[in-house]
Design a protein around this ligand. Sequence first.
Ligand SMILES: [Zn+2]
Length: 288
Amino acid sequence: MMTDQLQRFLFDDFEIRGEITQAHETFKQCINNHDYPEAIANTLGELLIATSLLTATLKFEGKITVQIQGDGPLSMAVINANQNLEIRGTARYHGDTTGLSFLDLIGKGNLMITITPEDGERYQGIVALEKDSLAACLEDYFVQSEQLATKISLFADSQATPVQAAGLLIQTLPASSETHEEDFAHVCALANTIKAEEIYTLKNDELLFRLYHQEEVRLFGEQPISFKCGCSEERCLSSLASLDAEEIKEILAEQESIDMRCEYCATTYSFKEKDLQILLTADNQTPH
Ligand SMILES: [Zn+2]
């Protein structure tokens, strides 16, 4: 079985780099227990792949959040990742999404990319979602924000067994005045011939050889991708701590426990009165 990973590659004869990724298992864990409609799940899968490609391209130590917001049936989709490609994601939607195109799903919307480095300043980039695919919108983002010609291909199939998600990025090197437009067009034209079935199942070296056997392509080591949600009982408790002891008592008087469901991994944390003694007694010590 193929494990989730991302690999960078470089064309020796052109000022062009690339990334190729498969993240079937991470995608599966993202949509597990959520019961998303097909169109929502597939968009979340594409966003997951896009975020992996961005994480490897934008180079930072810290966190990245890539979020879609719109006024259509898909009101919000978000992927969180870090430099180790530990990823989680979730989506909110309403109404019937059957057969809707990307733009019909989003309505009028934006894509927000937020990078929070461990050291240094937070960066935020926004691009209007106006093209008919997420990949095309991201290509616009790179042209607008970094002046880098970029081709992105995103694939996600939530209906397959097992589910599949993969992607490819081709980009001119930064500060390369040498990149010839025809070289980039040539590399992209070949990338366009990839079939979903090939990128889902072939090993990266096989796929790149199939596409670019006439070019010198250098493939770098694999970076593992994994699903990881940072939620925990402690985090739930600390968010409950923002409530007054009185409020907590009122809720517990009406129901046996306070249940909190993680939007990302769908884990439910259940707190009974005995689990919340610290919060209930801490307040008792607070002078009023
Ligand atoms: Zn979680």
